[in-house]
Design a protein around this ligand. Structure first.
Ligand SMILES: [Zn+2]
Length: 212
């Protein structure tokens, strides 16, 4: 388990699982993830969405990833702890999954400047080669800036997915001092992380969080 690099705003258990984690610690599957932008309240039934939130202490929620970005959020709503986990690949990022998760918190009365947020291990710019059409789509996002793309060894564009999400969050008013992201690359760190791009087509790691 890799813990976000920030002090939690209230007692909580959270982090990003690795190959070394005991499967018994992982949350039950509550989402059917589709690279969209839906964010739902946690239930025991499996819902089609890429984001989940709860204010219930002791309820362990999370998302499964293997190159996409797991995002964990923790804040206070109406004086009580509120948590969320989001799954963001480039499609989900451009569809607005992170913005939508932030908006759900805000709509319930949460103060954006106090929201604690962390991106977990994902495919980083060192390995995230994408087609030119992905960069063209990303350029249409209001959070885009050219430093988010670099040219890889094959002459193809490489995208900074965490950087794009960060720019989106800061644009909505998140506090940069409240970020606890882990900048590990799933392709580089075969020793501890699964990577779809590297060939792990059935294995996933989790970003998960629980109040208490
Ligand atoms: Zn890498």
């Amino acid at each position: 388990m890799i813990i976000p690099h920030i002090h939690p705003p209230f007692p909580l258990t959270w982090g990003f699982s690795t190959k070394l984690d005991d499967p018994a610690d992982l949350p039950p599957v509550r989402l059917s993830q589709v690279h969209g932008c839906a964010v739902v309240s946690a239930t025991d039934a499996i819902q089609t969405a890429d984001g989940i939130w709860t204010a219930m202490p002791g309820l362990r929620i999370g998302v499964r990833v293997a190159d996409c970005v797991p995002i964990l959020l923790a804040g206070i709503v109406a004086g009580k702890p509120w948590i969320s986990a989001l799954h963001a690949g480039w499609r989900g990022a451009l569809a607005g999954i992170f913005r939508h998760g932030i908006e759900v918190f805000h709509a319930q009365g949460g103060d954006l400047s106090s929201l604690v947020w962390a991106f977990g291990p994902c495919i980083q710019p060192c390995h995230f080669e994408v087609g030119e059409e992905v960069i063209e789509a990303a350029r249409l996002d209001s959070a885009w800036h050219e430093a988010l793309v670099s040219v890889g060894p094959q002459g193809k564009p490489h995208l900074d997915l965490q950087g794009l999400l960060r720019s989106q969050g800061l644009g909505l008013g998140l506090n940069p001092a409240n970020e606890g992201s882990v900048p590990l690359c799933t392709v580089c760190r075969q020793d501890i992380l699964w990577s779809y791009r590297r060939g792990d087509h059935s294995k996933r790691q989790w970003g998960w969080i629980e109040i208490g």
